[in-house]
Design a protein around this ligand. Sequence first.
Ligand SMILES: NC(=O)c1ccc[n+]([C@@H]2O[C@H](COP(=O)([O-])OP(=O)(O)OC[C@H]3O[C@@H](n4cnc5c(N)ncnc54)[C@H](OP(=O)(O)O)[C@@H]3O)[C@@H](O)[C@H]2O)c1
Length: 322
Amino acid sequence: MVRTSSESAALVGRTLVTGSAGFVGAHLLSTLDAAGFEVVGASRAEADLADRSAVVALLRREKIVTVVHAAGRVGGIAANVADPVGFFTENLAVGQAVVLGAHEAGVERLLNLSSSCVYPRDRSRLVEEDLLTGQLEPTNEGYALAKLAVMRLCDWLAATSDDRWYRTLVPCNLYGPGDSFDPVRGHLVSRAIAKVVDALDADASAVEIWGDGMARREFLHVRDLARAVAFTLPLLESLPQALNVGSGEDRSVNGWYEAVAAAAGFGGRFTHDLDRPVGMARKLLDVSRLTALGFTPSTTVDVGLRETITHYRTFCTQAVAA
Ligand SMILES: NC(=O)c1ccc[n+]([C@@H]2O[C@H](COP(=O)([O-])OP(=O)(O)OC[C@H]3O[C@@H](n4cnc5c(N)ncnc54)[C@H](OP(=O)(O)O)[C@@H]3O)[C@@H](O)[C@H]2O)c1
């Protein structure tokens, strides 16, 4: 059955987006709002989302029908390696409080955002059936274990209740305007943009890449993830418990740097620091389930990179701000 956007918005009802001041949450708010959904944000200003009673009070006060859970602690490989305890405990605390708080408040519909880090490290193509069937990548094990625990909470609540449609989307790595370009928190694409643009501004002739650059990574523009959330929210009842969301294509780390260099107009060379951690050799989501539902991403890499470079130049570099 094809629903109109107003029918979808009415079915989904008043929707709370957790982590709404963050990179993904901010895009979710604007995309869902533009698609006609009635959305409310929840950042630290509204509540400590690791406090279950505060979550329950917020959900009741706002008369929330649907929750999209996008709050948590997110970081790049260096941050994850440095603090596995923090990534595990904080993501578990927030996920547990939000999911159990939603259940306690009688919220029937919840879409939890996980991450492709939850897949076993030895698979080249990541299929939903492979979840919890192998060893995790050690460089982000704390984060992944917390994400898996929250996914299972959603599964168990959905399985033991007739009126809890708690599902999880598993997005690949994301990039886009509003991403973190920080050396510790940032991911591959945002860091490549920062390093290449900074090199251009400093007239530097070389940019350093961590590792040999042969590891392969899939990235999706954050707006396409937000569109996927808007697409799946009205379908929660018929969704599988876990659904991958990605572009379906990957590139080597070197390939991402080359694409950023082309989009930014950097003609210098790349060097490699072989002592740095590189993570999994390949992380490519199988998106056939999502494609079969009728969703495809719409932002090309070239357009997405140019837009993100403009954002970095406008909001994040000293040269332009001055
Ligand atoms: N970014 C990616 O590439 C990516 C890829 C796949 C999946 N995801 C998932 O998408 C979600 C959002 O990621 P993101 O990149 O948007 O991260 P982000 O920019 O760091 O946003 C997360 C937000 O959650 C908030 N938060 C954390 N703990 C909180 C608490 N106890 N109470 C209230 N707010 C809290 C943070 O607030 P503070 O800033 O105040 O701490 C932040 O605003 C995460 O679940 C992540 O696993 C992200």
